[in-house]
Each structure stands twice: as C-alpha cells, then as structure tokens.
Design a protein around this ligand. Structure first.
Ligand code: FMN
Length: 391
C-alpha cells in the first residue's frame, strides 16, 4: 500500500505491514496472551453511538482544546512509544515534528531512540516526556532533572508496567534480546529490502539515546542492557509518584491508571491528570478497556484531574465519544508508529490530518460546534431514555 491510497488510520496499519519485516510489524501490532485487551479496546468504542442533532448552525466548528494552560489544535496526541527508530531511522523526531506542525502533543517515551534534548530542540512547544520508575531512583531523578532543565511542558509517569507482559507474537517471531539471526528473520529482511537497507545504512540497532548518559559503554547493546536492568522496576510503589511529584513542578500525568481508587490516590499524591490506559493491550490481557472505566474514574475524582484516554482510538468519532464520556483528550499509539514506519514524517502528518478532519466531520454531523458542548447527552443511551447517561 502507498501513502496516497491511505484514507484512514487503519490503512496506516496496511501501509506499515507492506513496509516492515513481519517481526517488526508484529512487535508494534501485537498485544499480550490472547490479545483480548487489544480487541476489547476497539469493541468498547463500537458499543457507543452518537445521536445527531439537526437544524443547528454548524457552519463554524472549533476543535481546539486547552489543557495545562496550552491550547492545541485538536483534542488528540501521540502516545509514548519506545524504540521507534528501529522501525524507521529518525522516527522519533519525525513524530515530534509532525505533531508540532499539527499543534498537538507528542509524548516522547524515555525508551525512544532519539533524545528528549533533540526532540525539545525541534518541537519545544508540543513535546511531552514519558518516564518509567527505575530500579535505581537516581536515574528517574535525573530524567526529571533533564525534563525540568529543558522546560518540557508535561511529564508523564507510566505506572502500568511492574513487569513486561507476555507478548507471544514476539516470542514466536524471535523478537528477543539478544536477537538470533535465524534463517526466517533473514528471509523477512530480504522480503523488505528497503527497510533492511535503511536499517543497515543507519548503523543497525539504534541507541536508546535517553539512556546513554547512564551507561558506561555507549554502544546500542550496552545501553539496552542497562535499560533492561533498570526497567521495569517490579519493586516500585506509590513512592515513585511521590518522588516524581516532589521533583517536578510542572503538570504531571500518570499513565496506565484503570482503577478508580488508584485514580484517587494519584489525585491525593498531587498528580494533575491521568492517561487512562491499558498500555494498548500490551500488559494485562484481562484489563478493561480504558473507555469502559472512564466514567467511574471521573465519578471518583470529580474535576480534580484532567483525563486523557488511550487504547484503540482509530477514528475521529472515537475521540468525540471519549470526550462525551468525560475525557479532555485522546492519544493513540500504533497508528502513529505505523504511519511513520510506512511513510516517515509525511505519513504521520497525513494521519493527524485525517483524524482532525474526522473529528470535524463528526462534530458537524452531530450538531456540535465546540468541544465544550460534548457530554453524555450526545450518546445513544441518553437519547433512548431521555436521561443524561451519567453515573
Ligand atoms: C510499539 C509500542 C511501544 C510502546 N512503548 C511505550 C512506552 O515506552 N511507554 C509507555 O508508556 N507506553 C508505551 N506504549 C503504549 C502506548 O503509549 C499506548 O498506551 C498504546 O499504544 C495505546 O494503544 P493504541 O496503540 O491502540 O493506540 C507502547 C505501545 C506500542 C505499540
């Protein structure tokens, strides 16, 4: 598939499938175990319907959104994703630039290949930074220090990874460290010569730049070994959130929260918001879809926290549904990775444009001119019984 044939976010998946060796495509596309969570994330969006209101003047529609004192062009952002540079050399900065051009947030993962310093240099106003707790707290402390020095707008602490989930596609494909070059993997590389050439020309496995300062040896393998030794940190507790909160003065989001009580604990620990997420079905397969817990979380924390949803967001209408259920914004991961892997910055830019245009069309179709006018009254259950669909 070619970029000019892409008409929606799901097409980006086909684009990436034709560009990447299967082992790489599956790493992005896959979930854990039976991939129930992955399926459920999409199913949750399908269960909701928006009921249109007509004869409303929708000739002007505004989808800008304000969060943490900044106004963005659309209520969407790019979820943090590690090792993007493996799928296309330079992918992190391509995502950063595409997001800056679209004026939406790009959340750089601390497990990215390019550094947060370089991302802030190319996209200072729209780059957010995501970190994990580390076994040695000195590292998480230093990551926060760097984010502070760079004036990163928003810091994200991901807490849903006490261990890495069982990603069976990776096991089957041999996507493990250290990777053994089996005949099957070599064949996959030969079937995708463009990707393989780009990979080899850029020097093979890219270095996780954010982690370089903490590793005595600076080659890709040594840095990845250190990363693997430091994360996940299964012994981490709420103390890591308290630590980050003490060190970081700016807006702080906690990512991976699904339980309303955890949401409340985040609020009590001084977080400013949550990314309600099940890590895109890549951690606990039996976790609920984030969309399905959104209202309970909103009910538990009231207006104390900004709520962002990720997992299965593939359509502008999904974003409108999530906002109607109480989210301020949605982020998405795989479509962005697929778009950049398949077609570089132009791919990411097209994806953002498509999502923006779908949000705009949905707003027009439901008779809504501003995101402030979204709420439970837009959803089918509210229309059916005449009652607002609130908890
Ligand atoms: C390839 C890949 C790498 C990821 N790496 C990270 C990461 O480093 N940190 C993190 O918090 N979440 C990570 N995630 C999870 C995403 O941030 C996000 O929660 C998920 O992709 C959302 O689901 P979606 O892909 O269906 O949109 C990763 C997801 C993918 C697909």
């Amino acid at each position: 598939m070619k970029l000019n044939a892409v008409v929606n976010a799901e097409d980006m998946r086909a684009l990436a499938r034709s560009a990447l060796p299967r082992i790489a495509f599956d790493f992005i596309d896959g979930g854990v175990a039976d991939e129930e969570g992955l399926t459920e994330n999409r199913a949750a969006f399908r269960r909701h319907k928006l009921v249109p209101r007509y004869l409303v003047d929708v000739s002007r529609r505004d989808q800008t959104v304000e969060i943490f004192g900044s106004r963005y062009a659309s209520p969407i952002g790019i979820s943090p994703m590690g090792i993007a540079g493996f799928f296309r050399p330079g992918a992190d900065l391509m995502l950063a630039r595409a997001a800056a051009e679209a004026n939406i947030p790009y959340i750089m993962s601390s497990a990215s290949c390019d550094s947060i310093e370089r991302a802030m240099a190319v996209a200072p106003d729209t780059t957010w930074f995501q970190i994990y707790g580390t076994r040695d707290p000195a590292i998480v402390e230093d990551l926060v220090r760097r984010a502070t020095a760079l004036r990163v707008k928003v810091l994200v602490l991901t807490i849903d990874t006490p261990i890495i989930g069982g990603r069976e596609r990776n096991i089957r494909n041999g996507f493990t460290r250290p990777m053994k070059l089996t005949p099957g993997i070599v064949l996959q590389g030969l079937l995708r010569p463009r990707w393989t050439l780009g990979f080899l020309k850029s020097g093979g496995v890219p270095v996780m730049e954010n982690w370089k300062p903490y590793s005595a040896r600076k080659d890709a393998n040594s840095v990845a070994d250190l990363y693997g030794a430091q994360t996940p940190a299964p012994g981490q507790t709420w103390e890591v959130l308290h630590l980050v909160r003490r060190l970081w003065n700016g807006p702080l989001l906690v990512k991976g929260v699904l339980h309303p009580e955890d949401a409340l604990l985040c609020a009590e620990a001084g977080a400013d918001g949550l990314i309600v997420s099940n890590h895109g079905g890549r951690q606990l397969d039996k976790a609920p879809a984030p969309l399905d817990v959104l209202r309970d979380i909103r009910a538990r924390v009231g207006d104390r926290l900004e709520l962002i949803v990720d997992g299965g967001v593939r359509r502008g209408s999904d974003v409108v549904v999530a906002l109607s259920l109480g989210a301020r914004m949605c982020t998405f991961g795989r479509p962005a990775m697929f778009s950049v892997a398949g077609a570089g910055q132009a791919g990411a830019a097209k994806l953002l444009k498509l999502m923006r245009s779908e949000i705009d069309m949905t707003l027009a179709q439901i008779g809504c001119t501003s995101l402030d006018d979204l709420g439970a009254h837009r959803l089918a259950s509210a229309a059916r019984d005449g009652q607002p669909d609130l908890p």
